[in-house]
Design a protein around this ligand. Structure first.
Ligand code: DGL
Length: 260
């Protein structure tokens, strides 16, 4: 019994952390494609190819379910991975949508993410499919990822950039904001401090709730293994912020996953 999780890099450790808390006795393998991050400014074809390679690699560990922790990969490669891997695959988009629908009262929802995620309209499509009366306002926030990777989570520059990106959405009257990127949950406190009345949807928590509905493992094992394709200082910084426990980390040669 095992869960596989992948992300373009280390932001997906926010999802790993939540799933790890909910599944204390289950083996969990995480692959962060740190050598090729970011996916958020790549083409659809490249995002799909990288996602297939990550999913295929994790499937080699006999995982029962694959979680695409990356919003960009979820936006472009979810159905393709489902067909290709033949195991349950969940992305982060639908869980985020379901949670936003529970929160919103005025039916005005903001979505932020990478340039590729926003361009795909993945959140907007799912939201309007659930309720065609919603008003959905989207905004790419490309500077948020480097801010988080640099550990600049709560300083004045970060708050100025948050306002620069989000004031527009707030002016539209949104009551709910979906953090459609793995890194953004780390900015949640700063966002909340500027806009205390907005409901914030954290995909990492929403995805774990979703996973609990479809995957109920036996209490057997407890292996935690993180693979990364490149070891950077940013990885070490973020890992230290996110993970309390001593999780085994292995650096993989990229050639091990580039088989397709
Ligand atoms: N993991 C990506 C996401 O959630 C953010 C980083 C990237 O651009 O690859 O969209």
């Amino acid at each position: 019994m095992a869960i596989g999780i992948f992300d373009s890099g280390i932001g997906g450790l926010t999802v790993f952390r939540e799933i790890s808390k909910e599944y204390p006795y289950t083996d969990i393998y995480y692959l962060g494609d740190t050598a090729r991050v970011p996916y958020g400014n790549k083409s659809k074809e490249t995002i799909i190819r990288y996602s297939l390679e990550c999913g295929e690699y994790l499937k080699g560990f006999n995982i029962d379910v694959l979680v695409i922790a990356c919003n960009t990969a979820s936006s472009y490669a979810l159905d393709i991975l489902k067909n290709y891997l033949n195991i349950p695959v969940i992305g982060v988009v639908l869980p985020g949508v379901k949670t936003a629908l529970k929160f919103t009262k005025n039916k005005k929802i903001g979505v932020i993410g990478t340039t590729a995620t926003i361009k795909s309209n993945s959140y907007k499509k799912f939201l309007l499919k659930e309720d065609k009366d919603l008003e959905v306002y989207q905004k790419p926030c490309p500077l948020f990822v480097p801010l988080v990777e640099e550990g600049m989570l709560n300083n004045q520059i970060t708050k100025l950039i948050i306002k620069e990106y989000l004031d527009d959405l707030i002016d539209k009257g949104i009551d709910t904001l979906i953090l459609g990127c793995t890194h953004y949950p780390l900015l949640k406190d700063s966002i909340k401090s500027i806009y205390p009345n907005i409901n914030i949807v954290d995909s990492s928590k929403a995805t774990t709730e979703f996973l609990k509905d479809i995957y109920k493992p036996k209490k057997e094992n407890r292996l935690r293994k993180i693979f990364i394709t490149d070891e950077s200082q940013n990885f070490i910084n973020l890992k230290n912020i996110l993970l309390e426990e001593n999780v085994e980390v292995e650096k993989l040669e990229l050639s091990k996953i580039c088989k397709l």
